[in-house]
Design a protein around this ligand. Structure first.
Ligand SMILES: [Zn+2]
Length: 237
């Protein structure tokens, strides 16, 4: 079987050459799914980006999230949005892994200090059943691989099934996600005095992350840091 697959792959690649899923250009490494040019076209969010600064200041003044970093700007109709759609709706999980590796490298460079646990924002079980996977798990895996932080995928449970929050203001989002999360019972001793890095795919107002962070802090976590692959411009302040 192994031999058969290894002989078959170059033949199939020759007949159906792998293409970048964003620009349709032929790529050498079919496993990459997105070509280098497309990756390089994503707008990088650095520490001086105005949208980043707004969100970071909001987190810091909220007193739950200690610090925050993100990789790329999530712009409507942009290529990065398409990449997130591949991960979220088309099952292209390798995009999540790569996004996590990129974030992990960034975190390694501007260290948050000691991190004990890295954990994704969970999906509600109905959404998980519908989608089949939590896209943020793959970003989390990539971060864990590159930073060697221990990932716990079921640290938190989402109790409330929340509809898309895109049309809501910050205040409405905050109410929408309050009491939406709980700590998984089996980690209630482990979490005490730990430093947790919470991971999300795209952060807009930060209301969801703060709700999760609050659960962790009240369970005794020492500090909660946050990271996301994408940063969307928040509309409701
Ligand atoms: Zn491309």
């Amino acid at each position: 079987m192994w031999l058969k697959q290894n002989l078959l792959k170059p033949i199939l690649d020759f007949i159906f050459p792998p293409v970048c899923l964003l620009c349709q250009k032929i790529i050498d490494d079919g496993d990459a799914k997105i070509c280098t040019e497309c990756w390089n076209s994503f707008t990088i969010v650095d520490e001086t980006h105005p949208d980043y600064m707004v969100l970071k200041n909001r987190f810091i003044s909220g007193g739950v999230i200690k610090d925050f970093t993100s990789s790329f700007l999530f712009e409507k109709e942009g290529k990065f949005q398409e990449a997130i759609h591949l991960l979220k709706y088309k099952g292209i999980k390798s995009v999540g892994l790569k996004l996590g590796l990129v974030l992990g490298e960034k975190i390694n460079q501007n260290s948050f200090g000691t991190i004990d646990i890295v954990a994704p924002v969970p999906l509600h079980k109905l959404k998980l059943r519908e989608r089949g996977y939590n896209q943020t798990d793959y970003i989390c895996k990539g971060i864990s691989q590159s930073t060697e932080y221990i990932a716990i995928f079921d640290l938190i449970t989402r109790l409330k099934y929340t509809q898309s929050q895109t049309a809501l203001t910050f205040q409405q989002r905050k109410e929408n996600v309050s009491d939406a999360f709980v700590l998984n019972d089996k980690y209630k001793d482990l979490i005490r005095d730990k430093v947790v890095l919470l991971v999300d795919d795209v952060i807009t107002t930060g209301a969801t992350i703060e709700a999760v962070g609050r659960v962790l802090k009240s369970a005794g976590a020492k500090n909660v840091f946050t990271t996301s692959a994408g940063l969307a411009k928040g509309d409701g302040v």
